[in-house]
Every structure is written in structure tokens, then in C-alpha cells.
Write a protein that binds this ligand. Sequence first.
Ligand SMILES: NC(=O)C1=CN([C@@H]2O[C@H](COP(=O)(O)OP(=O)(O)OC[C@H]3O[C@@H](n4cnc5c(N)ncnc54)[C@H](O)[C@@H]3O)[C@@H](O)[C@H]2O)C=CC1
Ligand SMILES: O=C(O)C(=O)COP(=O)(O)O
Length: 528
Amino acid sequence: MTFHVLISDPLSEEGLKPLQEAENIEVVINPGWNEQELSDQIDSFDAILVRSQTQVTRALIEKASNLKIIGRAGVGVDNIDLEAATENGVIVVNAPNGNTNSAAEHTMAMIMALSRNIPQAYHALKQKQWDRKRFVGVELKQKTLGIVGLGRIGAEVAARAKGQRMNVIAYDPFFTEEKAEQMGVQYGTLEDVLRAGDFITVHTPLLKETKHLINKDAFDLMKDGVQIVNCARGGIIDEDALYDAIQSGKVAGAALDVFEQEPFTEHKLLTLPEVVATPHLGASTVEAQEVVAIDVSHDVLRFSQGEAVRNPVNMPSVPSEIMYKIEPYFHLAEKLGTFITDLTKEVVSEVKITYAGDLADIEIAPLTRNAVKGLLKRYLGSRINDVNALFLADRKGIEVSESKTSSKKGFTNLITIEVSGKFGTRKVAGTLLNGLGPRLVRVDEYRVDITPEGHMVVIQHRDQPGVIGRMGSTIAKHDINIATMQVDRSDIGGDAIMILTIDRHLADEALNEIESLDEIKSVTAIDL
Ligand SMILES: NC(=O)C1=CN([C@@H]2O[C@H](COP(=O)(O)OP(=O)(O)OC[C@H]3O[C@@H](n4cnc5c(N)ncnc54)[C@H](O)[C@@H]3O)[C@@H](O)[C@H]2O)C=CC1
Ligand SMILES: O=C(O)C(=O)COP(=O)(O)O
């Protein structure tokens, strides 16, 4: 089947080659659609690749009935409604490393442009003014650069600033003091950074928490004559507050690559001679554009071929060496989830998944997502996938917990799923047998050994002579062949279970007939 990919922002042609050269992938490049045209066409695409221009809104995602993956050829995903993507099972991937250098270099270029008034002096010269007095600058050496957000770009900026003999102080709540010290960077609170910086540059994502992080209160804390740089995202700095701070003389200059509203041609900040600006060029280098397009194309390609993606944004990423170890358990986890949903047939309020033996040493989150996908797919059909499984479980009020135990319980590996609700508690466990594939080994307290596959029947009955024969002939009467059978009991003459694999689905008529036999307590048809 053909996988349809829309490239809706300008991406490097070279970088798109992996997609264009792949079989069964059809790529539509930059058709130049406006918002309405994009919305009208989006449902014929499996993937959309964007930069920062295209707004991937909830409305667009909800119209995109075939959309499975959104690729961001860059870092910031604030133009994508992540919650809507997750809710609709659409995976979002980005290219987090490809433009780090370019963005850091652009930041340094902006700092230097500011410190030496290069854009203003150039502009004056173009206006035929040879003015040396007006454009006296300041040295960077021994000035303090305050960095807010010491991630990939922030750290690269720090290293470059140290090369300029600047002192660097940084704030990042997710960075340790020790790590900062190893980089030769002083670590401080946000207030420390705002107070200390001669230049202050922001490198956080735009989030609810970082919106207007640099506001009037923040400017009030800064040194008089501070210079401000934003090559991260418009909105981290409150533009009105910045305008006022420049007008009042508190801020001597600002270099801005990004703005609250983009694109624009007129902006009140650009009326100020202290402001230098570029139109969101941080990532716009030949090198960065090629790498981000290649990275995101490869992830979309991997996804289209059913492989794990490398840079998921709305799902935890799993390194390939770990993925290699857990992949064999995916199928088992999902089958166990589906099996127990069919067995229970009632509303589940709690799911506990335990991973034992060898599984205690590996990353289990992807297995939990797959198990929950198996559990919910009977109710939600193809809408559910491993992107939205936990989100939808939570929305349905199902509490999901996972735990690990190194105790082997007789198996080298064992996944146990226990579900509870008004009906009580039911349990199923499975293992992956070396060379033999997945096996169902427990249903409630009963021991079995059966491949969880195809058409199955679970019969709970009383352990009495003749039950198995009567049940067998009833099934035979409906012309259904039994492929395998497993029986276990609590004690002689007590409760017992029979699990059959049969060659075709057990229709209701046959099911009701078996259920009407005296010793039979319940019959459940399960199709995996
Ligand atoms: N102008 C341009 O063309 C480009 C802009 N960007 C922007 O730069 C941002 C940063 O990119 P990377 O460094 O690659 O991302 P990153 O994820 O490596 O770093 C972001 C850092 O911000 C920190 N952070 C989050 N909330 C914070 C807060 N409230 N206060 C202080 N620090 C906080 C995080 O802990 C993280 O270390 C991107 O989100 C994107 O918006 C990125 C590339 C190019
Ligand atoms: O990667 C980012 O976050 C950027 O801001 C780069 O944006 P762009 O891809 O150049 O529109």
C-alpha cells in the first residue's frame, strides 16, 4: 500500500531523498496550499512534514483521518498541537540535533551584531553616513552572558561564549550544578542569571511555563544597559515589556530572531534603533537544513515500514539497543491484553502489569503501552495505537500501573496482567519461550500452556467425568475442528478450566449450546 507524505514547508531537497527514493512512498512537495486547501486535502495523507510555518492545529489533526505521523524538520514543536496529535494516535517526531550548531552560531552572530552595532552601522553607511561616534560598541571579553535554558543550543552557546572570554552563568531547572561546573559554567537561579547578565540569551522551548518568562518583573531585576537575545521562540520574552524596557533605557539593545506572531513585515519593536532582527533564520543554513530533513525523513520512512522511530516527541523514545531486546515481547503483551479483555467482557477500572525474570532488567514502558493497546482495541478499534493507548486509558478512568520483579516464578520471563472492576479481579500471564514464541501460561489461578493465537474458547466448568467428551461432541456437531486443548483444575471435582484452540470462530449458537451443559459455568470465545 502506498504511504502518502505531504511536505508542507520548504525542506532541503537533498534531505528528502530517502523518502523520494523509497518504494511505496508518494511525496507531494510544497503544493503551496493555503490553510483552507491544506484542511481540504489533509485526509489523503499518512504523513505531513513541516518546519515552523505550517500550523498543525487540533482542527487540522481532527480532519486528517489517515494521518499517522507528523514530522518536524527542526526542534520546536509549538506549531503542532501535541495533545490533539496524541489523543488521535498521531505520532510526532522531530529532528532535535541537526540545527543545534546553526542556532548557536546565529545566537553568537546576534550577540556580536549587538555588541558592535553592526546592523545599525551598516544601515547608516548605506544611507551615506560615515558615523564612527554613534556606533562605539562594547567588548564581550569579561562580560557576563546569562543563559536561560542550558539544553543542546544553550550549552553550545555557553562553549562559544567562553571562547570569547565571557563569563557564563546559566539557569535550567533540569540541569545539575555539577554538570554546569564541568562545562565551566556558573550555575544560578533564574534571578541570579537575570541580575548578573550583561547579555541575556534565552534557549528554552516555548511552553506554558516559559511563556513570557522574561516579563516586566524580569527586566526590573536586570542590570541597567543589559542586552537581550532571543533566538529560541517568540513569546518567551514579553514583547510589550521589552519595548517598554528599551524605551525606558533599562535595556540597551535586543537581538531577535523569533517573534510572537510570524511572519510579519511591520512590528513595533523594529521601529526601535536598539533592536536588530532576523526573520527566524536560526536554523537556516545549508548544513542544518539538510540534516534535519534527512533525520525526519528517515524517521517517517522507519515508521512507514513498521519500525520504531528514533525521535518521538509525544512518546518516550527507546534507544535502538533496548528496542532490539524488547521487540519480541510486543506481540505477547498485546495478545495478553486482548485475551483478558475478551475474557472479562466487563468494564475494567484498574490494570496492573507485572514484568518478571529477565524483563526486570529492561525498559518496559513500550510493553505496557502495547498491552493497554491490546486491552482497549476491542472497544476503540483501529483508533487506538501505542501513541494514544495510555492517554485514552486515562481518559476512560482506567488506572494503569506497571511493576517489575526479578523473581522468575518458574519462567525466564513472565508478563502478568491483572484487571479489576465491579466483576472482581482476573489475571492472565504469558511468557516468551526461546525459539517457540509466545505462550499463555496462566489464566486466573490455572496453569496452561497454549499459543495465544487464532480462535480460542475458554470454558470454566466443574471437574467431572464426561464433561470434556460432551463438550467435544457439541463442538463437533457444529463442524468445528479442535486444534489443541489444555485443561487444569483447582482440585479433584472442583472448579476447572479448559482452553481450546479451534479452526474457526465459535458462533453464538454453539457457544450457547455448550453453556447449557450442566457442568459448564461459562464459555468465552476469544479471537486473537
Ligand atoms: N531560531 C531558530 O531557528 C531555532 C530555534 N530553536 C528553539 O530553541 C529551543 C531550544 O532548543 P534545544 O536547545 O535544541 O532544546 P533542548 O531541549 O535541548 O533545550 C531546552 C532546554 O530548556 C530547558 N528549560 C525548559 N524549561 C525551562 C525553564 N522554565 N527555565 C529554564 N530552562 C528551561 C530544558 O531543561 C532544556 O535543557 C527550541 O525549543 C526551539 O524553540 C531551535 C532551533 C532553531
Ligand atoms: O528548529 C526550530 O525550532 C526552529 O525554530 C527552526 O525553525 P524553521 O525550521 O527554520 O522554521
